[in-house]
Write a protein that binds this ligand. Structure first.
Ligand code: FAD
Ligand code: FES
Ligand code: FES
Length: 1334
């Protein structure tokens, strides 16, 4: 037994004689080591950013086990004797990068880089483990990994930037069975050079478990530590007596620990006196076959159990009992993510289900097979059925679950059927199920019929206290002959038996799922005539399931195509150059704000926010003042300073609420403590006393805002112009639709790096603030006004931002200002890294809105007039909301609507202020245009594509609608894109195939849709500065911030291109000599904001102006130097320094008014398949064509296109950013907010970047790519609508009605409940009824 904590990190020995046992591995690594690659993003096991490889020596098997864990949930004391490998341990700048790092860079798979370290570790773990398999030796430089494993290795990792396709390609590039032709663009090989140029993978390169640990810790890794605050008993007896003795001590807070992943769900707000680690008790950690059952120790991890169940029988003669075990295993594979399953124990899961009603999958699956458990109470052991266990009053911390028994049905004479189900927003887990189920039935043939001898139907996670069996339905079915009639009656009983408790979300949807699943289970053995299905004897057979369940068999993604044209005209501009800093992002060495080491005496802050929309704050009380240094509120604003947290051109927002809060989520105070954990805990548990007496009720809806005329103004120069005469247009129409309503919701940024800042007081009343900001100039202003110090006393520094998407324009400012105010008050550095929950609650996000449209059109589909009434929920302050009308109309008028008019109201409400989110307003405007078109097509029973084309602009109407932005006729590339995409996507043929599919399938319907987009963007003034140092290296500063969008890379390329105009030897290597440095608001003033897709090109142009000046100076010198012989770049620069030529130039690019705006064009085809039983939508294929002009860097632009598109999928299909009735965000975690993951993106994503040649008013003929492609994701929504339409027509028919169903609106996001509701929550019943009545 050890009493010091010893482990290794990247091969370095670490010994600790004392540590707070609640410390997580992540906290330790980030604050006590130089290994900052482990990123904190969610802190709850839901994102993979903190993944590390944990290796330990199995003394029994004499081998090293390697697996990923989420370091944010792993307690440091539990890694005693283990070795930790982070991505820095794989390689780095100094020693050379690992091939994983190199491939992430070369496949353009890292954008902001915040997710990349975790991705690298997940992939590394998969590689290490595949090498341990007994598969045939891999080819030289390759591994034994399979493509499916490669993809799945990152299925628990979130990335908000890339859209996953390039990351999947990196992973697949290591797989033994990959076809290299299937991989996407990269900088290593092309069709000619191929494999040998991929960075070499050496499976022996990294030793995950150092020798010294093996020698030191061979016998045990159990730890009894620090006067037994951490204790590892070695037997059940020892545990029993330990628990008895602890319970005798009054007030002792004890925690039993296995994997500690439970804290990802149940966040800890208390400190424990004692931790008892259960993992070293042999009985609790083994799996053994005992007679006709398998006994699983409670601390066995889910991963270990999966392996054991799969291995239980590995021969070809798979019995029915084995199938049960294998199916349990494959269900378990959908729980959480691999890094969680690797440590999450079966016992921990069941105890969470028992004690706290956790919506467990394990409980449901084990209930269906009649499992039992053993529990220890004091020293007494007791065996209970799982049902009895779940029904018991909640266990306390003295009860221990020892083991679980799964019965094995081996010698059954009859036929055994077993299936498990889960309906969840993501097929591969890291998403709790809306409902899970597992069914076991024993059937036999009697008189040519199927009779059910025994049936067990278990359901869970649907909003009941715990998993339950549907006893009434089971009793009804047993002993009966299976028929449609029987199924129909059973389904009716099931509706009553399984219903969610009050307060559960989506109750009607959840109630419909049991019916779907039972139907799916029994249908294969009942055919339409109620007889036994021909293939009953083969049941369960592959493909028999109606619900989607193929993640095990097929790869998640099929091959994707990228078509780009790189241009040599402005070399190296136009080349797919690797993103600047990509390799150090992968190796974890890239420094984000929270990676900057804390200065001496640095304190940490956390926000207390209001939970009431409109209330007086009477008092704020902390649960304990012990660990808190200060609570900063508006009272601390120095004399003369303003209560301002954010400023932009439309107004400002207070830093803290004064006496009166204006929205739930508003900042009230900032707790400051010595650690982030203490600050967070203090803020989280603070009690705020509110008073609402005599206050008006808050304005929480746009309708209430209208009633009270509570609006913000839209400045006239930003109010879009109407076109034509609406009344006249309506008068010309043959048909009209009036006042149709659409509601569009909000969306959260989900940048992987949450808001963060570090403020350091400097001499003479100055403040240096490091901030993850898209608009440091404005944060600078806010700080100076708040602190009442001159602007030159503030310096804002931003090097890189871990994802922004608009959320770090205005919303980053109060975070920086709060740190600055606290630092000013306390006279010491103060930093904060806002936790995910607080970030989600305070962020604001995209603007929700309500739209009513009225449209007139001819019988051929030609629109003659449209009117929109739009109510935008702007929240409590104007933020950037006044730009929304302009943006919306800019993308709405992509069709020639004849005449159109609109009325916008920017509603001031008691919600958090809504801010710019990628394509703000544009995505909604573009979507509304499609909704109008679709409505007309349905109304007239016309093909929707035909109606689209009917309303396309010609250049004249484009000019009329867009004015100067339309540019020259040749620049209107949409018609070309539209036609080209139709051919390249094989559209017409696929429409036919989809129709055919729909005719032949009842429970799955497909839809396909092609949509165009137009987005009007404009350039803003931007500064730049280029300086050449003595050795010829070049340093560049620009106003634009690197957010992951590749701005630095494009600027580097531009600098190299422009300086090469000097035309001397060595300028072809200039790209390597250029470094872009962090933005510093005192070094580069008027930096502006990085937003609106055009900052990269504007920064490039600013740099071009600087380079032109430098080139002019250098060229005249070159002429003189040339007389001495050939002139190299280095020589020329040396001479310039000697001759005191100014080698620094700065510029301020101000775009010409007449050409500062232009339109971006693109189109997409998406094909989806909808499951009518669950409402799940699979995106089968998307083809995108996008005009980048002459792309400055096609690899970067491709990344922007794919990333934006996938973020759009999130908006249209997945992300529900819900609030409660007070407007407080309740989707405040990775548990409740689901961004796309690798298993929810298009299975096939083909992108073609159109190089549309010369655009004389654009920067080197280039066009923007950051935001417009997000609009294309509406194609997925439209395709889903098409599939649902098919489903509804079929349902219509089952209901005995003639014709086809009427128009319907499909909500955004079209989540599973939304889709299923439209397809018919009771479609199974109607189907069965139709069979019965036919
Ligand atoms: C991101 C994420 C996603 C998840 N998704 C799913 C999902 O889709 N479906 C699902 O079913 N589960 C899911 N889980 C839950 C997961 O399975 C559990 O967190 C895990 O199994 C708990 O095991 P543990 O060893 O980490 O328990 P711990 O966190 O160590 O313990 C959990 C609780 O149980 C107590 N405890 C632990 N072991 C025992 C024991 N033997 N006897 C008595 N008390 C004990 C602990 O004191 C603690 O209170 C998810 C978890 C995470 C973090
Ligand atoms: S930070 Fe650990 S999983 Fe997200
Ligand atoms: S690169 Fe993945 S989150 Fe930014």
């Amino acid at each position: 037994m050890e009493d010091t904590l010893v482990f290794a990190v990247n091969g370095e020995r670490i010994e600790l004689s004392s540590v707070d046992p609640s410390t997580t591995l992540l906290q330790f690594l980030r604050s006590h080591t130089r290994f900052k690659s482990v990123k904190l993003s969610c802190g709850e096991g839901g994102c993979g950013a903190c993944n590390v490889l944990l290796s330990k020596f199995d003394t029994k098997l004499k081998q090293v086990e390697d697996y990923t864990v989420s370091s944010c949930l792993t307690l440091l004391c539990s890694v005693n004797g283990c070795s930790i490998t982070t991505t820095e341990g794989l390689g780095n700048v100094k020693d050379g990068f690992h091939s994983i790092h190199q491939r992430f860079a070369g496949f353009h798979a890292s954008q902001c880089g915040f997710c990349t370290p975790g991705m690298c570790v997940s992939l590394f773990s998969a590689l290490v483990n595949s090498d341990k398999t007994h598969r045939p030796e891999a080819a030289f430089g390759s591994s034994k990994l399979t493509v499916l494993e490669a993809e799945k290795s990152i299925s628990g990792n979130l990335c908000r930037c890339t859209g996953y396709r390039p990351i999947a390609d990196v992973c697949k590039s290591f797989a033994a069975d990959v076809d290299m032709e299937d991989l996407g663009i990269n900088s290593f090989w092309n069709k000619e050079t191929k494999l040998h140029k991929l960075p070499f993978y050496d499976s022996k390169q990294i030793t995950t478990y150092p020798e010294f640990l093996r020698n030191e810790r061979e016998s045990t890794t159990a730890l009894n530590y620090q006067n037994k605050t951490w204790y590892s008993p070695l037997s059940v007896e020892e545990l029993g007596s330990l628990l008895e003795s602890v319970s005798a001590e009054n007030g002792m807070m004890v925690k039993l620990v296995a994997g500690n992943t439970g804290t990802g769900y149940y966040k800890e707000t208390e400190y424990y006196n004692k931790y008892i680690d259960l993992r070293f008790i042999p009985e609790l950690s083994t799996i053994k076959k005992a007679g006709s059952q398998i006994e699983i120790g409670a601390t066995v991890s889910i991963s270990k159990l999966i392996l054991a169940l799969k291995e239980e029988r590995n021969d070809d003669l798979v019995s029915e009992g084995d199938i049960v075990l294998k199916k349990i295993a494959s269900h378990l594979e959908k729980i959480a993510s691999e890094s969680i399953r690797n440590v999450a124990s079966i016992g921990g899961n069941l105890v969470m289900a028992q004690r706290k009603n956790f919506p467990s999958d394990i409980a449901t699956v084990l209930l269906a097979v009649k499992s039992k458990v053993t529990i220890l109470t004091g020293v007494k052991k007791e065996i209970l059925t799982l049902e009895e266990f779940l029904e018991k009053p909640a266990l306390d911390s003295r009860n221990v679950l020892l083991s679980v028994f799964i019965p094995c049905s081996e010698n059954i004479k009859t036929k055994l059927l077993f299936e498990t189900y889960r309906a969840s927003p993501r097929p591969l887990g890291n998403a709790l199920a809306y409902l899970n189920a597992a069914f076991l039935a024993e059937i036999c043939n009697v008189d040519n019929s199927v009779v059910i001898n025994r049936i067990q139907l278990a359901f869970g996670s649907f909003g009941a206290k715990h998993a339950i069996r549907a006893g009434t339905v089971e009793n009804y079915l047993v002993g009966k002959k299976l028929s449609v009639d029987l199924l129909y009656e059973a389904v009716k009983l099931l509706r009553v038996a399984i219903s969610p408790e009050n307060g559960t979300s989506h109750p009607a949807y959840r109630s419909s799922l049991p019916v779907s699943f039972l139907f799916d289970f029994l249908l294969p053995i009942v055919d339409a005539d109620g007889c036994i299905h021909k293939s009953t004897c083969n049941y369960p057979r592959i493909g028999s399931r109606l619900t989607f369940d193929d993640c095990e068999r097929t790869t998640l993604l099929s091959s994707a195509k990228q078509v780009i044209e790189s241009s040599h005209e402005h070399y190296p501009v136009g080349q797919p150059v690797i993103k600047s800093g990509a390799a150090i992002q992968a190796s974890g060495e890239a420094v984000f704000v929270d990676d900057i080491p804390s200065p001496l005496n640095c304190l940490h802050g956390a926000f207390i926010y209001s939970t009431k929309p409109l209330a007086r704050v009477k008092s704020i009380k902390l649960k304990s003042e012990k660990d808190v240094n200060s609570v900063v509120t508006f009272h601390d604003i120095p004399k003369g300073g303003e209560n301002v947290g954010a400023i932009n051109r439309f107004g400002q927002e207070p830093l803290f609420s004064n006496e009166l809060t204006q929205c739930a989520g508003q900042r009230i105070a900032f707790t400051v403590a010595e650690t982030q954990k203490n600050a967070d805990m203090a803020a989280d548990t603070a009690m705020v006393d509110y008073d609402i007496e005599d206050l008006e009720p808050p304005i929480l809806t746009v309708e209430q805002a209208v009633e009270k005329s509570s609006f913000f103004e839209v400045p006239s120069f930003l109010y879009p112009s109407q076109v034509g005469d609406f009344s006249k247009g309506m008068a010309e129409s043959d048909h009209q639709i009036h006042c149709e309503e659409i509601k569009l919701p909000s969306q959260y940024y989900f940048y992987m790096e949450t808001q963060t800042a570090l403020a350091v007081p400097d001499e003479d009343n100055c403040m240096v603030v490091y901030s993850s900001s898209q608009a440091p100039e404005f944060a600078h202003l806010a700080i100076s006004r708040c602190l009442n110090i001159p602007e030159h006393n503030v310096r804002m520094i931003t090097r890189r931002v871990g994802g922004g998407f608009g959320g770090k324009v205005v919303k980053a400012m109060p975070v920086a200002t709060a740190c600055a105010l606290a630092a000013y008050k306390l006279r010491c550095p103060v930093r904060t890294y806002v936790n995910r929950k607080t970030d989600m609650i305070m962020a604001g996000g995209r603007h929700p809105m309500k739209i009513n449209y009225t449209v007139g059109f001819k019988s051929n589909g030609k629109i003659t007039a449209v009117h929109l009434d739009i109510l935008i929920n702007a929240g409590m302050s104007p933020d950037v909301s006044p730009i929304i009308p302009w943006n919306m109309i800019g993308s709405f008028k992509k069709y020639n609507f004849g005449a159109f008019s609109f009325d916008f109201k920017l509603c001031k409400t008691n919600h958090s202020s809504k801010s710019a989110m990628r394509a703000p307003g544009e995505v909604q405007g573009s979507f509304i245009a499609e909704a109008v078109i679709e409505h007309i097509a349905t109304y007239l029973s016309l093909d929707v594509g035909f109606v689209r084309e009917m309303n396309f602009h010609n250049f004249d109407s484009l000019k009329l609608f867009y004015g100067n932005s339309a540019g020259e006729p040749l620049e209107y590339t949409l018609p070309t894109i539209w036609d080209k995409l139709m051919k390249s996507s094989n559209f017409d043929h696929r429409v036919e195939t989809v129709n055919e599919f729909n005719k032949n399938n009842i429970w799955r319907k497909k839809g396909i849709s092609r949509i165009p987009i137009l987005q009007d963007v404009s350039l803003r003034p931007t500064p730049g500065k280029v300086s050449i140092l003595q050795d010829g290296s070049v340093v560049v500063e620009v106003g634009g911030i690197e957010l992951g969008q590749g701005l630095w890379t494009k600027v580097k390329q531009m600098t190299a291109y422009c300086l090469s105009a000097v035309q001397c030897d060595g300028t072809d290597g200039l790209l390597e000599k250029v470094r872009i440095i962090q933005a510093d608001t005192l070094s580069m003033v008027q930096g502006g904001i990085t937003a609106g897709s055009t900052t990269s090109e504007a920064s490039c142009e600013a740099v071009r102006l600087c380079c032109n000046v430098l080139v002019e100076r250098l060229v005249s010198l070159k002429e003189k130097v040339k007389q001495m012989g050939s002139v190299s770049w280095e020589l020329l620069i040396m001479q310039a320094h000697m001759q005191s030529i100014n080698l620094s130039a700065s510029s301020f690019f101000v775009p010409e008014f007449t050409s500062m705006r232009y339109i971006n064009y693109g189109a997409a085809v998406s094909e989806v398949e909808v499951n009518l039983l669950t409402g799940e939508t699979k995106i089968l294929q998307t083809d995108i064509m996008y005009d980048c002009g002459q792309s400055l860097n096609p690899a970067v632009d491709l990344g922007q296109i794919e990333g934006a598109f996938v973020q759009g999928i999130g908006f249209f299909m997945l992300e529900e950013y819900l609030t409660n009735s007070d407007g407080l965000v309740v989707a405040d975690s990775t548990w409740t907010y689901k961004i796309p993951t690798i298993d929810t993106i298009p299975k096939q994503l083909n992108v073609q970047i159109l190089n549309s040649g010369h655009h004389k008013n654009r920067v080197l003929s280039s066009k923007a790519s950051g935001e417009p492609p997000l609009l294309l994701a509406a194609s997925v929504h439209c395709a889903t609508r098409a599939a649902i339409k098919e489903a509804r027509n079929q349902l219509y028919c089952w209901k005995g009605l003639n014709g086809s169903d009427s128009f319907f609106q499909l909500d955004v996001p079209a989540t599973m409940p939304v889709v299923k509701t439209l397809c018919g929550l009771d479609n199974v019943e109607f189907y069965l009824q139709s069979l019965l009545s036919s």
